[in-house]
Ligand binder design. Structure first.
Ligand code: HEM
Length: 382
């Protein structure tokens, strides 16, 4: 078949570790990447939403400033945590990922440019937002838009990488490397699914900030909980609509994986649906009762389970798309035990260092955010 022949041949080097282990590491590191991305992009969107919050301008300013200070930390976290899945994707799916990256070479290269400009923008806003100038708001809009575009390019690349049947028509129409995957029916719902999830997790960022301020500044913490909790609620409700549209744009055989034909995929789908409903119910209770423990531990714990389930589902879906072209049992494996042990040791140390770093930096409390230059509203620390 023509489309089968278009898939480059497998890298002759054997895999340096068992397939299942590389796969598990791909899913784990992708999950870390996507959580950091959600906090960063969602945080940016929520910061912009605070500007529309007409209730109390001073509190809105303060929230905007406090979030803006965190984004220049979350963006490099997203990038660093993206490198690990990039390596695993190249090892496991290189022949697909490289081809799609070449087909969309110029937009793909643009990711670096967009990233650099967005990064500058976020830094600018983090220094200027204390003044709450209009320019800081405009730059925040621009940076969020650029990051939004980067995510869209990623979804183009991933969907193109798993549909080799489209490659030939694109390449022979033009070999200039300007292709996207806009004719893919799942593209927009799939990307919206990521984007809406980011906004919900951005709401959780405010809930964490509320928790960190709970004892020191109860009034402000209550305002953060209310705004963050409601953002989470509305975004997660919207997700049910977006998720259903995404499910129904999938080809029938792929959709059925999550609706009974594959017990693992169906189980994970149920975890997602039940987890989503439970998080809506619990967050609305937590906001009404001002229950910060429920909002700051219970709901994020459920959300983490949903994100892990969705990451595994995403991988099952990729394998279903690539089934006609890819047989993992044929890939030679030659485990390099010493290198693998070294990698796993460093990986665990890296995760521990990250957690300690975030903790010591005071990611969610006021330590990461310098005091605004102009006095902002809300209760003062006790
Ligand atoms: C900073 C802006 C970024 C955003 C908003 C973003 C967003 C996303 C999204 C939405 C996906 C999922 C696409 C899909 O499955 O449809 C994704 C996947 C991915 N991202 Fe990022 N990303 C960003 C930066 C990066 C960077 C800088 C790297 C690498 C250094 C990276 C590495 C990856 C990899 C390797 C995957 C695919 C993993 C897989 O296929 O299993 N990302 N990203």
């Amino acid at each position: 078949m023509l489309q089968t022949n278009l898939v480059p041949s497998l890298d002759p080097n054997p895999l340096p570790a068992p397939y299942w282990l590389l796969k598990a590491l791909l899913i784990a590191t992708f999950t870390f990447h996507i959580v950091a991305m959600n906090l960063m992009l969602g945080g940016g969107v929520v910061a912009l939403l605070t500007r529309w919050r007409a209730k109390d301008r001073e509190v809105s300013k303060r929230m905007f400033h406090d979030i803006a200070k965190k984004i220049p930390i979350l963006l490099p976290a997203t990038i660093s945590l993206g490198i690990a899945p990039l390596l695993f994707v190249q090892v496991l799916y290189g022949q697909f990922f490289y081809t799609s990256s070449i087909l969309m070479a110029w937009p793909w290269f643009l990711v670096l440019v967009l990233l650099t400009v967005a990064y500058y923008g976020f830094y600018y806003v983090s220094y200027e937002s204390g003044q709450d100038t209009r320019r800081a708001g405009a730059v925040m809009y621009l940076s969020v838009l650029l990051v939004f575009l980067i995510g869209f390019l990623f979804t183009n690349n991933i969907t193109l990488s798993q549909t080799p049947a489209r490659w030939g028509a694109k390449y022979f129409a033009s070999a200039g490397g300007w292709h996207l995957n806009l004719s893919e029916p799942t593209l927009i719902p799939r990307y919206l699914h990521f984007f809406v999830a980011a906004v919900a997790v951005g709401g959780l960022l405010l809930v964490f900030m509320a928790w960190a301020n709970w004892k020191r500044d109860r009034v402000y913490a209550g305002q953060l909980l209310s705004f963050g909790g409601k953002t989470f609620l509305y975004a997660t409700m919207t997700q049910f609509v977006v998720g259903i549209v995404f499910l129904f744009t999938l080809p029938l055989d792929k959709r059925m994986l999550f609706m009974g034909s594959d017990p693992v995929a169906t189980g994970l789908f149920l975890v997602g649906v039940v987890g989503g409903l439970a998080s809506i119910f619990l967050m609305s209770h937590a906001v009404q009762q001002e229950n910060i423990r429920l909002a700051g531990i219970g709901v994020p714990a459920i959300t983490a389970c949903v994100i892990v389930a969705m990451s595994i589902m995403r991988d099952i879906l990729r394998d279903a798309y690539l089934k006609p072209y890819y047989d993992p049992s044929k890939i030679p494996v030659q485990t390099q035990t010493s290198v693998l042990a070294l990698f796993l040791g460093l990986f665990v140390c890296g995760v521990v260092v990250w957690v300690v770093m975030l903790w010591r930096y005071g990611m969610f409390d006021g330590k990461a955010a310098a005091a605004p230059k102009s006095p902002a509203g809300g209760a003062q620390p006790e």
